[in-house]
Ligand binder design. Sequence first.
Ligand SMILES: [Mg+2]
Length: 299
Amino acid sequence: MFGVAGRGWARPTLRWGVAAMFVALAGCAGRSPPVSVSVSAAPGSPPPGMQYLYGSAEAAALDIQTFGALTAFVERQAEGRASVVLAADAAPDRPAFTACGDRPPAVVFDMDETLVLNLGYEMLEARSGKGFDADRWSRWEMAEGVALMPLPGAVEAVAALRRRGVTPIVNTNRSAASAATAVAALAKAGFGPFRHGETLFLAGDVDGQRRKDGRRQEIARRFCVIAMVGDQLGDFSDGFQGDPVARRALATAPAIARLWGQGWFVLPNPVYGSGLAGDWDAVFPADKRWSDPVEGQGK
Ligand SMILES: [Mg+2]
């Protein structure tokens, strides 16, 4: 129905796009291709993004930092809580939020690379040298939680929510066909019980879409969502569209900037996703270029 299995965005195209971009850039820059973030023909070691996300102490520390901030934020929301879900007629450049009424409090999490790290799948992908494979990913979704692990700090944060009477909810783009194995994987990782349609929402649920706004609206109809956690901006709003410059402007504008760490909690993902885009002009503004006395600005 949705064509592409995966985690919330047009992953296959972008991943190959990133690989192709690196090849092209390496050619332009006249140096050896950097190890691709997603594809390597004969990798002698994991791609740098995977080394960072799945293997580094730095990423583990950042995860613990983020989940600790989430827990502290929720503690402060015991009184005067407010929804952080954008209203149906709002957008990142004109934010307004759903009402809470007397709904019970909840926190909405993405699943992949937000609650769990997909080590088993990602190693196979890196070693295959072929990038993302939707069929392989579908088989991984059905694997019932083997060879994955929770993000450092995540299990403790979800347990703390439950103790406070705050409901953890997962809004993921894993397929609806994998509902039972997603539930099993979350339990096996230590996150406790989730129920499809109640505390677990999958691709196509509610409105048939892969985008998550429809599901967020439905969740906000049932709960007061006091925080959201994800590794892609689509885990917060589908309104973060456009090129990297436009998306960065939206994410850093004052009305949205105040939410980071204060209701919206973002985790690093240098392996795949909407953050891996942009040509030289998008990444390095023209007024921030340095001309080295020896090398000039490079090619
Ligand atoms: Mg994710």
